[in-house]
Write a protein that binds this ligand. Structure first.
Ligand code: AHG
Ligand code: MN
Ligand code: MN
Ligand code: MN
Length: 322
C-alpha cells in the first residue's frame, strides 16, 4: 500500500505542488474529524450570514474555509488563495509561485442531513510579478491548471487527484491519519445509462436542454434508444465521484432563473477542477457549447453551465445544442 507522500514523490515532478497537496490534506483530515463529530463539535446548522455568492453560509462552510486558508497560508509555495467563501483573493507568501483556488465545502446543504460533502481544489502557476491580492492573477483558463482534485467526506474519506498525468484516488486510514493509494489511472466509461440533473429546474433550462433531457426520459422508446436511471445527491463531489467510479453524465446547465448568472456552479472552484479530473479520466467536460476549460474567466466567482462525464453522452448533449 503506497502512502500519498511516497506516491507524490514518485509521480509528481514538482516539489512545490507536492507540498501544497500534502499540506492541504492536513486541513482535510481536520474537516473529516469535525464531520465525524457532527453535532458533538457544534458544527451543524447555519452561520446566519451570506457569502459573496449570495448563499446563506453553513457553520461548516466557514469552519472549513478557515481551516484550509490557515493551512495554505503556512505553505511557502502558496502565493495566494481564492475561495468560494471569500469575497476577494488573499495574498499569502511573496516567494510562492502557486495560486490555490478552492470550494472548501461542496454540497453544504447535505451537512445537516449527514450526507456526503467534499472539498474541491485547483492549483495554478502565478505569473511572475503578479499581485496575488488581485483577481487578475487568478483569471486563467482551466487548461492552465497544474493540478486539481477533491476530497470526498463519505463513509470513508477519499482524495481524488490529478497532476496532469491521469487520475488517482487515495483512501484515508483514520487509524493513522495517512492517505493510501486506492485506484490508479481511473477511466470513465464512454457510454452510460445514468444521468444526474436537478429536474426541478426543468422549466428554466434552454429549449435544447429540455429536448435532450426529454429524450433521456423516453428511454428505449425515444431517439437515444436506451433506458436511463437518474441520481441527484446535490453534492457535485459525490456526483463526480460516482461518475469516476461507474460512468454517467452530470449536468447543472444554463437556466434563466437569474439572467445575471449563467448557471449555478462556479467556474474556478467547481467547473475547472472537476473538468480537469474528468478529462484526465477520458471523459468530456462542456458548457454544452464549448469545453469548460477553454472559457476565459472574467471574475473569480464567475458561474458556468456544466455538462460533464462519459464522453459519448456529453458529445450527444452538445449535438442537441449545436
Ligand atoms: P456548494 O455547497 O459548494 O455551494 O455547492 C453546491 C452545488 C453542487 O455541489 C451541487 O451539485 C449543487 O450545488 C446542488 O444544487 P441544488 O441544490 O440546486 O440542486
Ligand atoms: Mn456554497
Ligand atoms: Mn460547491
Ligand atoms: Mn461550497
Amino acid at each position: 500500500m503506497q502512502r500519498l507522500r511516497t506516491f507524490l514523490d514518485h509521480h509528481c515532478d514538482n516539489e512545490a505542488v507536492t507540498d501544497i497537496i500534502d499540506g492541504l490534506m492536513v486541513a482535510c483530515k481536520d474537516i473529516t474529524h469535525q464531520l465525524h463529530l457532527g453535532s458533538l463539535a457544534g458544527i451543524l446548522g447555519s452561520a446566519e450570514q451570506e457569502n459573496v455568492q449570495g448563499e446563506c453560509q453553513k457553520k461548516l462552510d466557514v469552519i472549513s474555509n478557515d481551516l484550509i486558508k490557515d493551512t495554505l497560508a503556512n505553505i511557502d509555495a502558496v502565493k495566494g488563495i481564492a475561495s468560494e467563501e471569500e469575497d476577494e483573493p488573499v495574498a499569502c507568501n511573496a516567494n510562492g509561485d502557486y495560486l490555490v483556488l478552492f470550494d472548501p465545502l461542496d454540497g453544504s446543504s447535505n451537512i445537516d442531513v449527514n450526507v456526503t460533502v467534499g472539498t474541491i481544489f485547483s492549483i495554478l502557476k502565478a505569473a511572475p510579478g503578479s499581485d496575488a491580492a488581485s483577481q487578475q492573477a487568478y483569471l486563467q483558463a482551466g487548461t492552465e491548471q497544474v493540478a486539481a482534485g477533491y476530497v470526498l467526506y463519505g463513509p470513508s474519506t477519499l482524495l481524488v487527484l490529478t497532476v496532469g498525468k491521469g487520475v488517482f484516488s487515495f483512501t484515508l486510514d483514520p487509524r493513522d491519519g495517512e492517505f493510501f493509494l486506492q485506484r490508479e489511472n481511473i477511466q470513465i466509461p464512454a457510454q452510460t445509462q445514468e444521468f444526474a440533473i436537478n429536474m426541478s429546474n426543468q422549466r428554466f433550462w434552454l429549449p435544447q436542454m429540455q429536448n435532450y433531457v426529454g429524450d433521456l426520459l423516453q428511454g428505449e422508446e425515444g431517439p437515444l434508444g436506451k433506458r436511463y436511471n437518474m441520481r441527484w445527491i446535490a453534492s457535485m463531489v459525490a456526483e463526480i465521484h460516482r461518475i469516476l467510479t461507474r460512468g454517467g453524465i452530470f449536468m447543472y446547465p444554463y437556466d434563466n432563473r437569474d439572467p445575471s448568472k449563467p448557471g449555478k456552479l462556479r467556474l474556478m472552484y467547481e467547473g475547472n477542477p472537476m473538468s480537469m479530473l474528468v478529462e484526465q479520466a477520458g471523459g468530456k467536460a462542456s458548457t454544452a457549447f464549448e469545453n469548460i476549460m477553454s472559457v476565459q474567466p472574467e471574475g473569480i466567482h464567475q458561474r458556468v453551465s456544466v455538462v460533464m462525464g462519459s464522453a459519448d453522452e456529453v458529445a450527444t448533449a452538445e449535438k442537441y445544442h449545436a
